[in-house]
Design a protein around this ligand. Structure first.
Ligand code: G1P
Length: 231
């Protein structure tokens, strides 16, 4: 669906031309020119780390971004990935987006330990360790990794030697631990609002929040919400 969305659409274009719909034709041209996409399939569900590893040949030997599709981050000026790219360009290594969550929620995430000594730039810390989905009582902090990363290509050799871990899956977190022994990894407390669409309530509330930001949708959605009698 994503490939089709950004591809040329000759039939739609012809229909819009016949109708003389200039505005939509312009919008179509804008979308077609937006991105060049390459795809690779992860043929078996062997884990997030494995999913990143199958992109190795497409990525090549340069830093690259990883975005987990069920996490959205909203910021009016600079996308979260852009914030990570900026930090990586300045300090090198790899940079992970992190945020604080209530203690009882840490077991859903990778949880980080920072190096002592304070931030190297506002909100940017050297990372010492990361552990995947610890029990709240054993978690090293309340600082968790969300689904935005910029990795140095050094993550690939680390992934290649990462055995299956929690849940029998090749965990990205385990490869990051190996990478930490070789090169610096930073944690950036990003600016922006993070939405998790990974469960039904999250998907619904995220859709609502994004609808309320759109001038074409907000009035109708607000009018509906006002009719609800919430307890
Ligand atoms: C994955 C990662 C985890 C990270 C999380 C962010 O977990 O393994 O380290 O904190 O994404 O959303 P998943 O959500 O796939 O269980």
């Amino acid at each position: 669906a994503i490939e089709d969305h950004f591809d040329v659409s000759p039939e739609l274009e012809a229909a819009l031309l016949r109708k003389g719909d200039r505005a939509r034709l312009d919008e179509l041209a804008r979308i077609e020119g937006m991105a060049r996409l390459s795809f690779v399939r992860q043929q078996r569900a062997l884990g997030l780390g494995h999913a990143v590893l199958v992109a190795k040949d497409i990525v090549g030997a340069e830093p690259f971004g990883v975005m987990l599709g069920d996490d959205l981050v909203d910021h009016p000026e600079q996308p979260c990935l852009g914030q990570l790219i900026e930090a990586q360009a300045r300090f090198g290594g790899s940079v992970l987006a992190v945020m604080r969550v209530p203690r009882e929620q840490v077991s859903r995430y990778g949880v980080v330990t920072l190096e002592p000594g304070g931030p190297v730039a506002p909100g940017l810390h050297r990372m010492r360790d990361v552990v995947e989905k610890p029990h709240p009582d054993e978690a090293p902090s309340d600082l968790v990794v969300i689904g935005r990363y910029v990795f140095s290509p050094g993550i690939f050799p680390a992934l290649e030697v990462t055995p299956a871990g929690a849940g029998g899956e090749i965990q990205l977190t385990d490869a990051i631990r190996l990478l930490l022994r070789q090169e610096p990894v930073y944690a950036l407390e990003f600016a922006g609002m993070r939405y998790d669409t990974g469960d039904p309530v999250g998907l619904l509330t995220t859709s609502l929040a994004y609808a309320l930001k759109r001038p074409d949708l907000a009035p109708g959605v607000k009018a509906f919400l006002r009719t609800l009698r919430l307890d």
